[in-house]
Ligand binder design. Structure first.
Ligand SMILES: Nc1nc2c(ncn2[C@@H]2O[C@H](COP(=O)(O)OP(=O)(O)OP(=O)(O)O)[C@@H](O)[C@H]2O)c(=O)[nH]1
Length: 273
């Protein structure tokens, strides 16, 4: 017997989600939201006072979603106002300015603030985070490169996009992927689907790349004391080479880190008898 199939594909039930923006003042949070919702760019800086709230309807795959967006003021002065808005959030847009290193370094502080406000029972693992490396149009002033930002985001299981609210680059793709991930999360009973967790590299690899980037000289880079012997240098090099070899490591920035380690070893061995 033939199954009694519906003629038209049914549109699935609409859903409502809550999204917040976080990041330092002037990183471009309001402009990113305006660019997506109103298709325009506001060059003049108008600081958000406390919270800006908006509702928007979007179509993602076969779903209509109503999005409540809470655009948070980045200035520390507004901490008291924004702290009550962290609860019941499904998605976070975490923004930094690629020309302002402090805004990138502040991402950890923003996460810590959110964790603190959610308290011990708030599960940050079940929230979709998208990191926006914003103002990529300002190429001359860029000081946080893509691999550094991507590594920070992906090692935490967060999405990462390069965006410009001014030109619109990356904005639609970012929101579509972000909303899509939130739908997957809701369909999965509010738990981040396992797929999003598989990042393809280890915490040790990510931490090592970060350590290498921040090292002050070749000794420090190889993790040996100044004056170490050839054997010690070679041993340290081999360990790092196995960990970061481009054939084995797909973490953002691993290729540059591997090259830096090779160069550091060569430089040190030249001067060790
Ligand atoms: N060139 C360039 N400027 C941008 C971009 N995004 C934002 N801006 C500018 O950066 C300034 C700050 O943007 P906002 O969106 O107001 O920053 P915000 O993060 O919401 O700041 P607060 O409301 O204080 O938290 C404004 O002058 C914007 O015009 C961008 O992608 N490129």
């Amino acid at each position: 017997m033939e199954a009694n199939l519906p003629k038209r594909k049914e549109t699935r039930k609409s859903m409502r989600i809550k999204v917040i923006s976080m990041g330092n003042a002037e990183a471009g949070k309001s402009c990113i939201i305006k660019r997506y919702c109103e298709k325009r760019f506001v060059p003049k800086y108008l600081a958000t006072i406390g919270i800006d709230y908006g509702v928007t309807k979007v179509q993602v795959r076969d779903r209509e979603i109503k999005v409540n967006i809470f655009d948070m003021a980045g200035h520390p002065f507004f901490y008291e106002v924004r702290n009550e808005f962290y609860k019941d959030t499904q998605g976070v847009i975490l923004v930094y300015d690629v020309g302002q290193k402090e805004s990138f370094e502040a991402l950890d502080t923003w996460l810590a603030e959110m964790k603190q406000e959610l308290g011990p029972h708030g599960n940050i693992e079940n929230i979709v985070f998208v990191v926006c490396a914003n103002k990529i149009d300002c190429t001359k002033h860029r000081c946080v490169d893509e691999s550094e930002g991507r590594l920070w985001a992906e090692s935490r299981g967060f999405l990462y996009f390069e965006t410009s609210a001014q030109t619109g680059e990356g904005i639609n793709e970012m929101f579509q992927t972000f909303y899509s991930a939130i739908i997957d999360l809701c369909d999965n009973g509010g738990k981040r689907p396992a797929m999003g967790m598989s990042i393809g590299f280890t915490k040790e690899q990510a931490d090592t790349i970060r350590r290498i980037r921040g090292s002050k000289d070749s000794w420090d880079m190889l993790g040996v004391k100044p004056g170490a012997t050839r054997d010690e240098v070679n041993k340290a090099y081999r360990k790092l080479a196995v960990l970061l070899h481009p054939d084995k490591c797909v973490a953002p920035g691993s290729e540059d880190a591997f090259k830096a380690v090779v160069n550091a070893r060569t430089a040190l061995l030249k001067n060790i008898k």
